[in-house]
Design a protein around this ligand. Sequence first.
Ligand SMILES: [Zn+2]
Length: 493
Amino acid sequence: MNFDKLINAIDKYIEKADENLKDQLEQDGFIEPEETVEYINYLEEATAAILFSETDFFMRRFRASNSVNNFLENELEKVIAEDVTDKAISNLYISEYGKSCRNLANKYTQKIDTDISVCNLTLKTQKHNVKWAKQLGSMMKETNYKAIRGILKQGAKKGLSIQEISKLIQDSGIRNEFWRAKRVALTETLRMHNIASYESCLQSPSVREKTWNHSGAGADSRDNHVGLSGKKVEVDKPFTLYGKDGGVYSPMFPMDPSLPASESINCHCFLGKVIDYDLAALPPEEKQYMQWVEKGEYDKINDDLDIRKSYLKITMKEPYITKDLQDIIKNTDGELVGLENRLKTRKSVMDKIDRNVQKAFNRGGYTTRKVEFNKLNDIIRYTTVSDEKNFVQNFNKTRALLEEKGYNINRITNTWRDGQSYKGINCTLKNTDTVFELQFHTPKSYKVKQQTHSDYEILREKQGTREELKKIREKMVEKTNKIPNPKGVENIK
Ligand SMILES: [Zn+2]
């Protein structure tokens, strides 16, 4: 069969299947069926790309071997250990679960109550998602190598050559990668919908009970799921599901990752919500308060109020500190530059906190917005510039004048060495209870700092592959290496 023809046939099949799937999702009660089908296709492609590169990786190693038996006995386990597909799959799904569940939870919530929006998933849900995405990666790698090991053993028994076995693996592969990717993408997307619907139950003050819905339209018609259909349970209590395998399960919602694959693959059941209309009629502020205080795991409203108050306090101190800094720098050979940027806006502070909270979750850690706010030491920040010749002398003079006025230097970060991506001295200063930052630059290092600022952000947020980030860093170092180092700067500590 000609390859283009084959691709065409696959496309036709998927097209047709998409149309059916859209109707089916609509009947099953899923939101935005058309976008969901598009999303499944996107996820399928991203997943298939990883699976193809896994096959590629394996094939290269297998073909480089000198015999099938030697490969099976001595090399296969090493190859499996070096294969990073599990991590690639986990990373993809950690990020997709994060974005998608939040987005869908907001839509499911707005559908029942426009006064309530979901901007963050509860901590419990985020943690469960990360845990599940990691498990999914390992499971997929395991399944793949189980199949490969099977083909290898069979081939070895029949005395087939490396070429012949490669062909067997690849022939099974062309159908397999797409088929596996499709199945995973579909299952995981429907799972995301269910997680989002559950999250919407947790965060909607007017939802006190949930239901297990089996519409009968989907491909799945497991008797035990049909039996549960319409069952009402309090939001924070599990359903009881008698599994086909004899086990008794306690899922919080259909396709709960705690269920075995046999109870969730190709399950089109969906979590419904029971709305208490008395509660839905409460004033919006009352409901928003309930959303976080009563149902959320931490008190976001109070957290945010505290952060706002602290930020306000800092902005009130800023003019006094600025005046002191101006007076001090006037008495040195330095100059204050970029003074218009001395105060980080509240929006950029909030964005940074959210990013840090998200990063901690992605690593499986725990933090709160208040903790992250208290870690920030550059909400107020200044930059002073002096030429190379007077740099060290100026630094020492500035430091003495600061101390005279009652400012303590809490920390000095001196990165003024060749090979660094940033050259400058950053000091964290404290005046009674206000912390701020003061940077010391030469005109040249200040110019490079501004030129490389966007690269610096890309590095900080790790927006790229390891290879790309390495290149960006090298490019930055190339620029900073050209900045002359002020004499004696290495003594500043
Ligand atoms: Zn089901």
